[in-house]
Design a protein around this ligand. Sequence first.
Ligand SMILES: C[S@@+](CC[C@H](N)C(=O)[O-])C[C@H]1O[C@@H](n2cnc3c(N)ncnc32)[C@H](O)[C@@H]1O
Length: 383
Amino acid sequence: MTDVEEVLSRLRRYPDVEALNLYAVDAADRLILDVAAEALTTDDSGKIAILGDAYGALTIGAIAAHDLREVRVHQDLLTGELALANNARALGFADRYTVHPLGAGLLDGVRVVLLRLPRALAGLAEVADAIARYADPEVVVFAGGRDKYLTKSMNDVLAQTFSEVRASRGRQKSRTLLVTGPKPVGSPPFPVRDRLDDLDIDVVAHGAAFSGARLDIGTRFLLQHLKWMKPDAREAIDLGCGTGILAVALAKARPGIRVVGTDQSAAAVASARATVAVNEVADRVTVVRDDAMSSAAANSADLVLCNPPFHVGAAVHTGSAIKMFAETGRVLRPGGELWTVFNSHLNYRGVIERMVGHTDVIGRNRKFTVTRSVRGLHDAQQR
Ligand SMILES: C[S@@+](CC[C@H](N)C(=O)[O-])C[C@H]1O[C@@H](n2cnc3c(N)ncnc32)[C@H](O)[C@@H]1O
């Protein structure tokens, strides 16, 4: 049998942010693999699904330990999906699993699910509903995470769709839940739709999308500056678009503008596409699943709007935001503008100035700072 610890020790997070305090594998991954070991060995091949794997530890760990051939995988985050692909290729397991959106193709007839519990309860509710809806009635879900991110509400959410939710073993500040007995399901609870009257926008949100169908207060503050954002912009990017509120607000305010929304979350992309459609701006707004905006050409945008993330996966870390600013420096045309909002204590101004160009603070309230950065000709020549 393959030495699983040796395999796990070779996993990397790349292309997600890599740093000394950020890990590709953690104690919760190891615990889920251990608790599920018996079910994985006896289970029919092809009836195993893995959801929410961070960088491939669950998928590759299960494949390596039990010589599995046909695992089905869903990861919301593109960086996780790419990291799993890189790790599986490097270790020779690339043909042992298939990637699926959250739905029937992923879960149809599945008897064992390994689930890394998502932090957002609505994200968990959508995942639980999909498992109950499509998996085999005998399905066993091994759900786990780090103690610091687990709440009693997660048990309650799971108990809405499953008749048994039992706390299983705890180890090294991690815990698993054993979830069985899918209840009958009604019409799908997601996506949800809500109206933002003051913006005249309808928002559609899948469970894992940032802020659900509500308007984040940082986004609201950024939107108050919309009319000052580069008035002659023709091509704009909503970087880390979530449900697409910024992209849609910009498109509605400026009939001539074209906007691309990008997000690495599959739930965000599906939400933003639906938000764009219901607000009837699909002729000028497109949405792509991308890591930052790696598929955008250099010097191709006049305006970037960004409410950057505070997290890299579960950890509070500025790496994702900094990656977004670096990408903005590459993609903006000379004279192009980045407008961003951040919690004032983060004090991103220096880093934005270095990576994009001259940066002014345009707005500040009790919590947030809004900045405008202009990419200079000098910056463009240096890159
Ligand atoms: C603070 S939320 C803002 C969402 C939306 N723009 C709004 O204002 O409601 C940050 C967004 O960035 C996305 N994100 C995080 N890291 C990313 C990356 N590497 N590439 C693309 N999007 C990313 C998250 O999925 C999330 O939707």
